[in-house]
Design a protein around this ligand. Structure first.
Ligand SMILES: [Zn+2]
Length: 642
């Protein structure tokens, strides 16, 4: 129990009861958007206790109680958070997840295959929320009590088909540009097959502007003026190992709580945008794999101490902070109770937990297989496996947006809800990744291709069929008209997939996007700027490509199909006006097709902007156009398609 918590939560607890009642009638509660009146989370902590099921938490709490001779639970701090939920953890490939598939889900909102890091099952790299938040100006911190290229932290910055490719994963860390990393160093630096693996990794870390601090004192000495920080353990020998397990840890060795404290110190700026911190208690899992209850107890208590540091920060910034504590999966199939008899006795672990720290032999003895098995039997606690199980894991949350984590949710909801709590742009859809995977399998874009780039409006067009002569002419040179539209895409999503297009230096790009950005509540200025940013990147990376920037089409709200576009009709002409002006400055051809889609054509331009609507005869939903609409469109741009 953290100091003062009970008192400050009395109000919140009432609110939670009310919320629980709401959940009862609304199963889809977790999917809903945060109350728009609620303040946005500016500082977010995601704590992942690796392998930490509810039984592991209970084991620690019951031991704290039993060691004092009490028959109850002495609560840890985070279990007293006002919101509690349960998350399912299955992966894309297995009903029982591994750590990397689960961490990918927690980092990206997408299920991945067991064994993979940060990639969609079709091998397309996912954009983790850390990258999205970094793009939005948040500071990013990633830390763990194990090595920093291990599965859980890796999934927040890396993309790899194999979680064991530690060297490759380590080399991706400095590429991320994230602001703070901490904990154990690089597993990959010990790779014997790679010549000078450690030098290569640390060389890149330095090249990319990271300051390496060894221990807290060194961090304090180096933090001023450091752009980005990597905080590891003191002593070169231990630098690339996990932090010392709690059993046998000596005073002065780096702890996860110290790493979290340093991260907050490094990332917090009073007038900044905010930060996202992921901190993993990685050794709860390792101890559970060994079925070592004493280790699970100590690692869970230590994890709670790291969370307590974040909770202190929360108390100073209660309206702007969100703390979420969960696990990636359960490890060991731990049960409190074994065979018959309605009791268990955890005091048998007390000697192991309090073991003589100066006596390494004593410590090793308590970790040995025989002793572990004997103590488990004596304590009457059971384990079903030395691997993971498929049982859902607990979620504890406090702070702004925390109520979204109540009830039964899926692990993929956690990053989505974090983004909602921060009011950050939603991450990409399944369809986006599927289309990207299809594009990846097709012939790469080449210099004789004409590319139609955009969102659903572009995806819905059968562009090659509108211009058969052009298609035939391109075919002779090995080119074609290529559809690169994706339903739901935004300027950000398009920017993130330009690497599938620009390296081939296509002949021409017809570009149109914006409607989804409008539904994401951005201003006309920021949408126009975002679109022009894409245009500038095309110019820069493929200077020979002819760019046609097409205007947004009008919408028709009377169809009542797109709630997020309510009241936004006028914005479409407003954005177009900005685009026209900016396109001129960029010396890019702007094609204004907007007037052609109005109910009475260009004549409607004399109406106020909010009455200029998409002709109801060429749309079925007020946003997309029918075959007749595509006819108008394809004719309007025919002279440019050559
Ligand atoms: Zn594990």
């Amino acid at each position: 129990m953290y100091a003062n918590m009970k008192h400050s939560f009395s109000f919140l607890k009432k609110a939670v009861c009310l919320i629980a009642a709401i959940i009862f009638v609304s199963a889809s509660f977790a999917q809903q958007k945060a109350n728009s009146n609620e303040p946005k989370a500016k500082y977010v902590f995601l704590f992942i206790g690796d392998g930490m099921g509810l039984a592991h938490v209970s084991l620690a709490e019951a031991w704290l109680s039993q060691k004092d001779g009490k028959l109850s639970f002495t609560h840890l701090g985070f279990t007293q958070f006002p919101v509690m939920g349960v998350a399912t953890t299955y992966s894309a490939s297995n009903i029982i997840t591994c750590s990397s598939a689960a961490a990918t889900a927690l980092a990206s909102g997408y299920k991945a295959n067991n064994g993979t890091v940060g990639i969609y099952p079709d091998s397309i790299p996912l954009t983790q929320i850390t990258y999205k938040l970094k793009e939005l100006g948040y500071k990013i911190g990633i830390m763990t009590s194990v090595t920093i290229d291990h599965a859980t932290p890796a999934c927040f910055y890396a993309h790899n088909r194999k979680r064991k490719n530690y060297f490759e994963i380590a080399m991706e860390l400095p590429e991320s540009g994230f602001d703070f990393f901490g904990g154990g160093g690089f597993e990959g630096s010990r790779n014997k097959e790679i010549k000078d693996a450690a030098d290569k990794i640390y060389g890149k870390v330095a090249d990319k502007g990271y300051t390496v601090a060894l221990g807290v004192a060194d961090y304090k000495a180096k933090k001023n003026g450091a752009g980005k920080m990597l905080l590891l353990q003191d002593g070169k020998k231990r630098r690339d190992s996990a932090l010392h397990p709690i059993i046998g840890r000596k005073d002065g060795e780096l702890t996860l709580a110290q790493v979290v404290e340093s991260a907050i110190d490094f990332l917090y700026e009073p007038d900044g945008k905010g930060f996202f911190i992921m901190a993993e208690g990685g050794q709860i899992d390792w101890e559970a794999h060994s079925n070592n209850a004493a280790g699970v107890i100590t690692e869970t208590i230590d994890f709670d101490k790291a969370i307590a540091v974040a909770y202190e920060f929360y108390k100073q910034h209660p309206d702007e902070t969100l703390i979420v504590v969960t696990a990636d999966h359960e490890t060991g199939g731990l049960g409190l109770g074994r065979e018959r008899g309605y009791t268990y006795d955890l005091t048998v672990f007390t000697d192991a937990i309090k073991g003589n720290k100066s006596d390494e032999k004593n410590v090793q003895n308590y970790m040995s297989r025989d002793v572990v098995d004997t103590l488990n039997k004596k304590a009457r606690i059971g384990w079903t496996t030395k691997g993971h199980t498929g049982i859902p894991v607990p979620v504890f949350a406090v702070g702004t947006g925390s109520r979204m984590f109540a009830g039964m949710i899926d692990n993929t909801d956690i990053p989505k809800n974090i983004m909602k709590a921060m009011d950050a742009t939603p991450i990409y859809t399944d369809h986006y990744y599927k289309r990207k995977a299809i594009f990846d399998k097709e012939r790469p874009i080449g210099p004789n291709d004409i590319v139609f780039l955009g969102n659903s409006l572009t995806e819905g067009g059968n562009w090659a069929s509108y211009y058969p002569e052009v298609e035939a002419k391109l075919a002779k040179k090995g080119g074609a008209i290529r559809n690169r539209g994706i339903v739901g895409d935004t300027f950000g999503g398009i920017d993130a997939r330009l690497d599938q297009i620009l390296p081939g230096h296509p002949k021409t790009i017809f570009f149109l996007t914006g409607a989804n950005d409008v539904s994401h509540n951005l201003t006309a200025d920021s949408i126009a700027n975002g679109i022009i940013k894409v245009v500038r990147r095309i110019k820069r990376e493929s200077p020979g490509t002819k760019i046609y920037l097409q205007s947004l089409l009008p919408i028709n709200e009377s169809f009542k199909r797109y709630r997020l576009l309510n009241g936004k009709t006028a914005m479409f002409s407003e954005i177009n006006a900005k685009l026209e002006k900016m396109a001129k400055e960029e010396k890019v051809t702007f094609i204004n097709i907007y007037p052609l889609f109005l109910t009475n054509g260009p004549a409607d331009l004399s109406l106020p902007a909010d009455q200029q609507v998409l002709n109801p005869n060429i749309t079925r939903d007020g946003l997309h156009v029918t075959k007749d609409g595509y006819k108008i469109w394809s004719e309007a741009i025919r002279k440019y398609v050559k």
